[in-house]
Write a protein that binds this ligand. Sequence first.
Ligand code: B12
Ligand code: SF4
Length: 454
Amino acid sequence: MKKEESTMRGEERSLNVLVINSPLFRDKVDGYDEDSLPPLGLGYIATNLWSNGIIVELLDAVETNIPLDILLAVIRQKRPHYIALNVFTTNLHLVREIVESINSGIHFIIGGLATKSLYQTILLWNVSCPVDIIIGEGDFVVSAIVQGEPLNIIRQDGNKRVIMVSVTSPYFPHDISNIHLDRSFFVNQPLQHVRGFNEVCIVTNRGCIYNCAFCSAARSLNKETPIRERNVHSVANEVKMLCELYQNIDSVRVLDDLFLKNANSVERAVHIFGNVPITWRAMAHVLSFYKLSDTQLLELKQSGCIEVFIGIESGSPRILKMIHKTSNVDLIRQTIERLFRIGIDVKGYFIFGFETETIEDMQMSYDLAAWLKESSKKNNANFRTSVFQFRPYHGTKLYHDMILKGRIIDEVVYSENLSTTIGRKQFNFTSGNFSEVSNEILQGFITETNGINQ
Ligand code: B12
Ligand code: SF4
């Protein structure tokens, strides 16, 4: 199905649910020509609504670069019965403005991983419309709300309700192998990559086994939610179906960190991609590879794996330890070098500006990135970086530690400076410089480490 058909679906009957991938910017961003990945979680929710006969549209405010005033005008013009939208630490203030600006006639449903720590803040918003805050996965609960099914309401304050989708809820997705995703809800499928290939994204797991102190998905924060993995048939069938649906796709990108978590999953990946005429890329943890033999790595390459995305985050053992990442920098170097030797490219994510981070720590990160770049060149592979300024996300270990110490965390704002120097506007936000260095030095390291790509 194409996007136009999904718009037509909305015109046949009055729109019941407008699902919104909430904006990251208040204003239209000039010269914004970046790709954004489709909001898969919202796609699952929209697909379930549609399969229950509910008229639904998905509006991706990030991809379409819609300014807030126009988004509000679109909402008023469409007049859906419900709006289901996600919220992040980054755009909490914008979501608040959307919900508080609509005076009547719409029932809001707010969800996403951040609601678990943000619901008390949302309960304080000054809203006229009913608002449901969902804690947990939204695949089935949104349909349940729209259809008036019984809900596990854990708190009610006036017209606001907090609804929990725990593991005992009838709406908890225990088996994620059979949850359908209708990609006609997305505007950008397949995504035309700037490097000249067409790609679609998939997710194969829910939850994470790792415990990164800056991440809301960390295991220690989500102990009550079991990790679930799609079975091999489910993923293989989706990949085959995608190759048939989009005749022009060159690549599949796997967005979860667990697709390649150990030797068994590598074997699974080889099985899934070995017989399809496309390449693939995946997020992965550095620990996923270090126990693999060269033969296993070669099999990975032969199955079409061209690049892996690794959250390296820092080159300083002290910082790595503090954020609960592998602090053995030699292991990081050796493991990634083995990937280069086998011909697999690597994109490494780095974060600068952690609390207590010094100029020496930052230099170690830059040096590690520079070393990896050199190593990739020697081995005829490619290493690139994606670099972020640290911002504490609600609910995370680092956020809590800072609050306990009485540190002031500013509201997240867009960092114009970083966008000027490194581009990639949708990821340049800041809520303050918590490191031991000046803003100039911090931005200098971010720019230089990102500049390794040139
Ligand atoms: C892959 C990924 C991305 C990718 C792709 C995201 C995508 N297209 O879905 C990219 C790189 C684009 C990305 C961007 C951002 N991300 Co991100 N991302 C992830 C990651 C690793 C996996 C997300 C995923 O695909 N999960 C699988 C799908 C099926 O689940 P889901 O999206 O979480 O949705 C389910 C539930 O959360 C819930 N839900 C989600 N939305 C809604 C809405 C309603 C109404 C309801 C009821 C339920 C609901 O139901 C969904 C179905 O079960 C998570 C960490 C993690 N492991 O979860 C971080 C994570 C979600 N991202 C995060 C952030 C902050 C962002 C950005 C805001 C970063 C920025 N630019 O500043 C943007 C937001 C862009 C956007 N609107 O999507 C944070 C959120 C934390 C927080 N407190 O805000 C996380 C948790 C990582 C972290 N470091 O903490 N991200
Ligand atoms: S950053 Fe990635 S690996 Fe670390 S806890 Fe979050 S989702 Fe898991």
